[in-house]
Structure formats: C-alpha cells, structure tokens
Write a protein of this length. Structure first.
Length: 214
C-alpha cells in the first residue's frame, strides 16, 4: 500500500474514532470522503465495537498513568498497587501528604528502605557484572576454537562454575572492602574488558585486511 493510501486511511481512522489497522482488518484499502461520511452517519456494528474497545483501552491507560503519578507524589513510587487498591484519586494526594495516615507512613518507610537497600547493593551488582563479563569473555574466546560438540561441552563444564565463583567473589569483596576500593576494582575490570575488546577488534581487522589494514 502506497504512502498516499496509508495517509488516507490514517485520516479516515481519526475521523471515525478507530485505528487504521481496524479499517484494514475490515477490508478498507481506500477511504474517500464520501465513504467516511457514509460510515460515520450510519456506523456498522464493527465500528461501534471498535470505538468502545478503544475508549476502554484509553481509559485503562489513563487510569494507570494517574495511579503511577499519584504513587510518585505520595513517595511510594514502586507501590502503585497501594494507590490502586485504595482508589486514591490524583486530587487527594495533597491532603494525604498534609496529614499522613498510618498506612501512608508505613508505605513511605518501606519505600525508603527499598531505596537504601538498592543503594547498598549497587556496588555488589556492578562488581558482579564486571567480574562475570570478564569470565564470559574468556569463555567465549575458547568456544570460538572448539571443533566438536565434545569440545564445547568440556569448555562449558569448565567455565560455568567460574561464573558462580565470580558472583561469590563480588559479594565477598563488596562486604569486606571499602566502597572506594570496590569502585576501583569495578573500573579496572571494565577497563580490562574494553582493552580486550579493542585488541580482538584489531586482530579481526588484520585478518580481514592484512597487516596494513586500518
């Protein structure tokens, strides 16, 4: 279908309160002004049903946005269900914040605890990612030179436990080392991975273009 026809269907869909996909599903390939007017003046059942479904979908989306925005204003961003279950309207947020009920205090404290736990765990997660990436880089390099399924199985069996050990090492270091030393280790691991990637790229370029290739 040409761009002109697609634009024609989109305009018709807006006028009829549905989507162009709905029109195509019901056999529309063109949408002359006369055809649009005829259907708008005397809408068939499928058009009425499509309008209602679209209206309901938009209402659900609007309600979901309202719940998320209200939860954010109340300081319980990740606890949207609390807002939904209590059917709290956007206009009620200010009053609840001015005189916080017990349930809101509990939820705000729970949210703050989640933020603190996430901040505390962040170095561990980043270090684990860096260490695991280093292990998998070496693992992948070995797999590239495997010549049989047996070789692949042997390589996998040797390196899979290393991933788990890297995760355990990250947890131990994050618990025992000062924050700045953990951050330094993360940076070293990332720099090493970056340099290894650059080296492999240069090797591939030499193979593809010769020693003088750039």
């Amino acid at each position: 279908m040409g761009q002109a026809k697609m634009g024609e269907l989109k305009r018709a869909a807006r006028q009829l309160g549905v989507t162009s996909t709905t029109l195509r599903r019901h056999g529309w390939k063109t949408a002359s002004p006369a055809r649009v007017k005829s259907v708008r003046d005397n809408p068939p059942d499928w058009l009425l049903v499509a309008r209602e479904r679209r209206h309901e979908k938009r209402a659900r989306q609007r309600e979901c946005r309202d719940h998320k925005n209200t939860a954010a204003r109340l300081g319980v961003r990740v606890r949207v269900r609390v807002v939904k279950d209590r059917d709290i309207k956007p206009g009620e947020a200010e009053g609840l914040l001015a005189a916080r009920p017990g349930w809101l205090i509990v939820e705000q404290e729970r949210r703050q605890a989640q933020i603190e736990r996430k901040a505390k765990d962040q170095p561990h997660r980043e270090l684990a990612d860096a260490l695991v990436t280093s292990v998998r880089e070496v693992w992948f390099q070995e797999l590239k030179y495997a010549v049989s399924d047996a070789d692949v199985d042997a390589i996998d069996a040797r390196w899979a436990p290393e991933v788990e050990r890297a995760k355990q090492e990250a947890r131990q270091m994050a618990d025992e080392l000062a924050a700045e030393r953990v951050r330094a280790r993360i940076d070293r691991e990332r720099d090493a991975s970056h340099e290894a990637g650059r080296y492999r790229a240069s090797q591939l370029a030499r193979r593809a273009f010769g020693d003088d290739g750039g």
